[in-house]
Design a protein around this ligand. Structure first.
Ligand code: PGA
Ligand code: ZN
Length: 416
């Protein structure tokens, strides 16, 4: 058992230039693991809270006050680290010690343990196969909370190279499409600045309908059959434009509002017309009923809960009861610790809800999520297309492909 012999934490900066927590864990005095907590811009109401009182300094102080509790624990035992965290912080959302500490500590611990045991992290987390690669789900056009005025209300239009036979091919397809999207934008807007949002997606001055037309045209220009070689997806992130007071989705940038019925109709239409492989948070985070309608109507699309499920096993149970969601986003920092996220993954698998492991819009160059995606049997890995902190995760998939242990791409059978 690789034992935690020392730990250290510091404040560093994420890809948005915001403060975050990074933690080093040493196992058996020799094996160093390190992890840095990411952060979201569109945050679900029930997510773990990154820092006590929103201050990274307070998270650091809380960690320093209690770090001795982790000395001597088995670094590979995610439950032991979780229990120690819980003995310090009994809140539902890690508001005392900070979700950033729960994230960085629990992942740095397994990072150190994997090094101590001389195995790749995915194998430490899931000792027995089969292992499959997730399809990289890349953000190609950004809007909403990730890009400025004039961009689409929809937060992300995504590419999923469903026809790819290998990780290399999948990445090449996404990079090619991302480049082609820029050309299509330029062809309709001679003043396009090549501006990109927080996750590296193009941030054009177009509305939602135009953005989808651009994506579709780029797929065709690349010579890909839509839905067969290359599928599109959308993260509506619709809680961010849900107007709770007036019960409408306020597409302020496009200048229109939709009530719940119209939103369902709109989402249904996009899933059908663009053969979407993936639709995330098409309705706001508490509307399980409408999510169930969309899930039932669109068996070929992964109708996915992000803000709705917040990587929380109890919310999966709620969704299953309602018949909502065929897909579930897994973001460890929404849950807090890695153990919380693995419980969520177990609940999803048990209920045949497909897992999509995801980055956050504020990221570090860490690449643990690539291993977590493989270990949890994720169908997709949502981690952008361009930008050093995004490519780091994609390149890790390439390194992982050197292990004969992983037998090709995930089965992307239609959701039931
Ligand atoms: P976030 O965006 O990291 O800003 O929450 C990603 C997402 O909504 O999926
Ligand atoms: Zn989302």
């Amino acid at each position: 058992m690789p034992s935690i012999t020392s730990l250290d934490a510091r404040i560093v900066f994420n890809s948005r230039g915001s403060k975050t927590i990074e933690i080093d864990v040493i196992a058996d005095r020799n094996f160093a693991g390190r992890a840095c907590a990411p952060s979201g811009a569109s945050v679900g109401k029930l997510e773990a809270q990154s820092f006590p009182d929103n201050k990274a300094e307070k998270a650091l102080a809380a960690f320093n006050a209690s770090r001795k509790k982790f000395i001597g624990l088995d670094a590979s035992d995610t439950k032991a680290v979780f229990d120690a965290l819980r003995s310090i912080d009994d809140t539902d959302n890690y508001s005392k010690i900070g979700g950033s500490v729960a994230y960085a500590l629990s992942i740095a611990a397994v990072d150190a343990a994997a090094r101590a045991q001389g195995v790749p992290l995915f194998k430490l987390l899931k000792p027995k196969g089969p292992y499959r690669f997730p399809f990289p789900l890349g953000n190609i056009i950004g809007g909403g909370a990730h890009a400025g005025p004039g961009t689409p209300d929809l937060q992300e239009i995504l590419a999923c190279p469903v026809g790819a036979k290998s990780v290399t091919e999948a990445l090449e397809m996404n990079f090619k499409l991302h480049g082609e999207v820029r050309k299509v934008i330029e062809s309709i807007d001679g003043k396009f600045t090549y501006g990109r949002g927080d996750e590296g997606a193009w941030a054009p001055n177009v509305n939602n309908d135009q953005a989808l037309e651009i994506a579709e045209k780029a797929v065709k220009n690349c010579g890909y059959a839509l839905g067969r070689d290359m599928a599109l997806g959308i993260d509506f992130a619709s809680s961010s434009f849900w107007d709770e007071k007036n019960n409408v989705y306020d597409y302020a940038r496009q200048g229109l509002k939709r009530d719940t019925g119209e939103q369902i109709e709109f989402a249904n239409r996009l899933m059908r017309d663009y053969k979407l492989a993936y639709a995330e948070d098409p309705v706001h985070e508490t509307d399980f009923e409408s999510m169930a309608v969309l899930t039932k109507k669109n068996p070929r699309t992964l109708v996915t809960g992000d803000d709705m499920l917040v990587t929380n096993a109890a919310m999966v149970k709620k969704a299953v009861k309602a018949g909502a969601c065929s897909g579930a986003i897994l973001k460890v920092n929404q849950a807090g610790s890695l153990h919380d996220a693995l419980l969520f993954a177990k609940e999803c698998t048990k209920n045949n809800i497909r897992i999509i492991t995801s980055h956050r819009s504020g990221e570090s160059p860490d690449s643990h999520i690539s291993h977590i995606a493989v270990a949890t049997g994720s169908k997709m890995l949502k981690t952008g297309v361009l930008g050093g902190e995004r490519v780091a995760k994609l390149n890790e998939l390439l390194r992982m492909s050197e292990y004969d242990l992983i037998a090709g791409m995930a089965e992307l059978s239609p959701a039931t």
